[in-house]
Write a protein that binds this ligand. Structure first.
Ligand code: ADP
Ligand code: ZN
Length: 433
């Protein structure tokens, strides 16, 4: 099912026209209502009349996370406080939180894009959906909540935590959809097993997972453990929250709601556009928002874009899996390492659980790199020689993928701390040295 066929299946030509019109309006809005933007544009020697089509977007200055912090809390609003009806803040994974203000119209847009996501997952008004993203300043909970209400589904505003109760309500209320981070879904999968309630008694069919990077391997794990189809849900507070993009039933890329959020891919260091299809930093301009529109916002997320039409019929551009944020990249002995690369290796090895931790340190001026990973219950009691073999095998595969060989430490099942929101998978002790 497609929620908004006109927008989701529009021809490329019409879409670019529409994006141009909307961008022009947004640029006028920020130029007249938001002083920092006006100043930036004046410094670059441009006025709103320089923006006529979507191609003109490259003339505009970038906006960074730092700008949001510098103008904290309300310096980037383009609407007066009398028009603002909601404030949300980023979860602050990296540094001080940033604040976003929404008008009534912005909340409607959020509901609309969220509805596209949950409809694409196959959910509708007859379905009960459990929202186990955190509620509060973090956009996850309220964002997914608004999406389910917009499609007319019955939302369980569960929030994260209280895991036993999560399982009880999921069972008793017959939740068909579950929205949470992939790492919390994994936690819930274990809790479901522990509950002793047979899986057939659950109605769960669909997962709407996001707010942190996850791999194809993790998808398989979650689909098997929960007996569901697991879909990607992408978003970020600065742009609106969850609902910026979603997978469809074909699970071959994350469709972006590009009639609201115009995407570009640039080189993370130079800011220059990269050739089509290549990996780089994702940049978004909001082209319909009123409260706090952002132009060319540097997400720090690394991915690529595919403009081919999807088998589902949607023409909207698809983004590849997010490798991670530029900020998540570890440089260990000169080699670039993303936690998601380690995850993809771990998920391929049947003896392992997808629970892992990367520990980086510097001892005698040399970087040390340890990967702790949990073993599956059935394998843990194995003989020592087998464990040693397995460690070697994991180190070897990681060496192939990363170009660097970590110390692999096999740890007991369930010994690595579980996350109820965004997982923390890296401990970099070098920061304190
Ligand atoms: P914070 O920056 O404090 O984590 P947000 O909650 O707004 O604040 O997080 C948005 C970020 O979360 C994105 O920029 C991206 O890095 C990550 N993210 C969100 N959804 C996904 C997803 N589906 N896949 C990968 N990463 C995601
Ligand atoms: Zn599709």
């Amino acid at each position: 099912m497609i929620w908004n066929e006109t927008m989701e299946c529009m021809s490329r030509e019409d879409m670019r026209k529409l994006q141009g019109i909307r961008l022009k309006k947004t640029v006028e809005r920020v130029y007249h209502n938001c002083e920092p933007y006006r100043k930036r544009m004046q410094e670059k020697g441009i006025t709103p009349t320089d923006i006529q089509t979507i191609d003109d977007i490259v003339k505009l200055p970038f906006t960074s996370k730092k700008d949001l912090r510098d103008y904290y809390p309300f310096g980037l609003l383009s609407s007066p406080m009398s028009e603002i009806v909601r404030l949300q803040a980023s979860s602050g994974t990296t540094g001080k939180p940033i604040v976003v203000g929404y008008t009534r119209n912005d909340l409607n847009i959020w509901g609309e894009v969220g509805a596209r996501c949950f409809t694409a997952y196959g959910l509708g008004k007859n379905d009960v959906v459990q929202v186990s993203y955190g509620y509060g300043l973090f956009t996850g909970g309220l964002g997914a909540h608004g999406a389910v209400e917009t499609i007319g589904g019955a939302v369980i505003p569960m929030s994260s935590g209280n895991t036993e109760k999560q399982i009880m309500l999921m069972h008793d209320f017959g939740a068909v959809g579950l929205a949470c981070t992939p790492s919390y879904a994994l936690y819930l999968a274990d809790a479901l097993l522990d509950s002793g309630i047979p899986r057939e008694e659950f109605k769960l069919k669909v997962g709407a997972f996001g707010a942190e990077p996850w791999t194809e391997g993790m998808r398989k794990e979650l689909e098997e453990k929960l007996g569901i189809k697991a879909y990607d849900l992408y978003g970020l507070t600065e742009i609106i929250g969850p609902g910026v993009g979603h997978e469809c039933q074909h699970q071959n890329g994350t469709h972006l709601c590009e009639d609201h959020f115009y995407p570009e891919i640039v080189h993370p260091e130079t800011g220059e556009p990269v050739p089509p299809g290549e990996m780089g930093e994702l940049v978004f301009s909001t082209i319909t928002k009123d409260g706090m529109p952002l132009l060319r916002f540097r997400t720090r997320d690394l991915t690529s874009l595919d403009y081919s039409v999807c088998t589902c019929g949607r023409t909207s551009v698809r983004m590849g899996r997010i490798l991670g944020r530029c900020d998540d990249m570890l440089i260990i002995r000169g080699v670039n390492v993303f936690p998601s690369q380690v995850e993809s290796v771990i998920c391929e090895i049947p003896q392992l659980e997808p629970h892992y931790l990367l520990i980086v340190d510097r001892i005698n001026n040399l970087d040390t790199f340890e990967v702790q990973v949990e073993m599956k219950e059935d394998f843990y009691s194995d003989e020592v020689s087998k464990m040693l073999d397995l460690r070697k095998q994991i180190a070897h595969r990681l060496q192939n993928v990363l170009g660097i060989s970590p110390d692999v430490k096999l740890v007991e099942p369930r010994s690595i701390e579980r996350s109820q929101g965004k997982a923390k998978r890296v401990i970099d002790k070098r920061i304190f040295k």
